[in-house]
Design a protein around this ligand. Structure first.
Ligand code: G1P
Length: 348
């Protein structure tokens, strides 16, 4: 069994964060989203792992995965999930494989889907009941067998969404070769699976256990961060001085917390500085972040972001790499903003 993680997407719904970096390298609970995917595959005993990247995402993805042994496969053009699988055919060879969308998070890992994959099954699809099936692939089940699959239907026939893990045999390759582009101009994996079903192949659906998150939008990132922090054990490796830490808090090596109050669950990354500050629940600070004389909760501050002397508490916020929010002294009393394309600011 091999693993194939897709990490070539543009992540348009997460702009501006994804203007400069691909979605799977954004950190939730201190680690790039992609790490959770690789760990879940390894934990399920899959050691031969390929990662599909695009010319735009390759550099960042390689950097984020530098500690792992994986193979990279380049998808030159973003032509859909099924196209990404076709591009990886040489790597996958004759082996069955797990297809794992690099922006998906599964609390309980993926063993369950592999267990359902036995003799005579052509594909296993992870399914999850959702309130908004229009945003996903949607399955119709007869028993455990999937009889119909539709990509983002206007009128969903069920509330069973396709979550981002699939197990396939190489039988899927000839089906992909014969696919036609969908209305949005992509080769859809959903159409490939429907193709298998139409050939009378056995495709089974298995419901996800525990929580599942597709980190497509900013609110999903914050929620994923919350869910992961809920499970993170305390770890104090950095320096803590004249501060009060309550609940589960991680302070990584080289980080300094001085004269501050931290209420967990919270994550303070390597080399971060927290001074005269309040860090509230469900907050993750990336490496090198500075929070000085300011308050923040339910937020993600990515690497080297700065929050300094800001009077009002920051909440439900995501600051990208190197983003700075500071107070302005002197006159005129005004906001001064330098925001990249599609940035979002809500002022109280
Ligand atoms: C993709 C799939 C969709 C699936 C979803 C899960 O959509 O096309 O069938 O439900 O991932 O995350 P995307 O999020 O790429 O639009």
């Amino acid at each position: 069994m091999k693993g194939l993680i897709l990490a070539a997407g543009r992540g348009t719904r997460l702009r501006p964060l994804t203007h400069t970096r691909p979605k799977p390298v954004i950190r939730v609970a201190g680690r790039p989203i992609l790490h959770y995917a690789v760990d879940n595959l390894l934990e399920a005993g899959i050691e031969e792992i390929g990662v599909v990247v695009s010319p735009e995402t390759e550099k960042d993805i390689r950097e984020a995965l530098s500690g792992y042994r994986v193979r990279y496969v380049l998808q030159e053009e973003p032509q859909g999930l099924a196209h990404a699988v076709a591009v990886a055919q040489e790597f996958l060879g004759e082996s069955p494989f797990v297809l794992y969308l690099g922006d998906n998070l599964f609390q309980k890992g993926i063993r369950r889907f592999l267990q359902a994959f036995q003799e005579g099954v052509s594909a296993v699809i992870a399914l999850v009941r959702v309130e908004n099936p229009r945003q996903f692939g949607v399955a119709v089940l007869e028993g455990e067998r999937i009889v119909r699959l539709l990509e983002k239907p206007k009128e969903p026939p069920s509330d069973l969404a396709v979550a981002g893990v699939y197990v396939f045999t190489p039988e899927v390759f000839p089906v992909i070769q014969n696919l036609k582009p969908s209305a949005r101009g992509e080769y859809e994996i959903t159409d490939a699976i429907q193709g298998l079903i139409d050939q009378g192949k056995r495709v089974v659906g298995v419901e996800v256990e525990g929580w599942w998150k597709d980190t497509g939008r900013p609110a999903d990132l914050l929620d994923a961060n919350r869910l992961l922090l809920e499970e993170l054990p305390s770890r104090l490796e950095g320096e803590v001085e004249a501060s009060q830490l309550t609940g589960r808090v991680v302070v990584e090596r080289g980080a300094r917390v001085v004269g501050s109050t931290v209420i967990g669950p919270a994550f303070i990354g390597k080399g971060a500085v927290v001074e005269g500050a309040y860090i509230g629940p469900f907050t993750s600070l990336g490496p090198g972040v500075r929070v000085v004389r300011s308050e923040v909760e339910y937020s993600i501050l990515e690497d080297h972001a700065v929050l300094e002397d800001v009077a009002l508490r920051l909440q439900e916020s995501i600051l990208g790499v190197g983003a700075e929010v500071k107070s302005r002294n002197g006159l005129p009393r005004a906001h001064r903003l330098i925001l990249g394309d599609l940035s979002q600011v809500e002022l109280a």
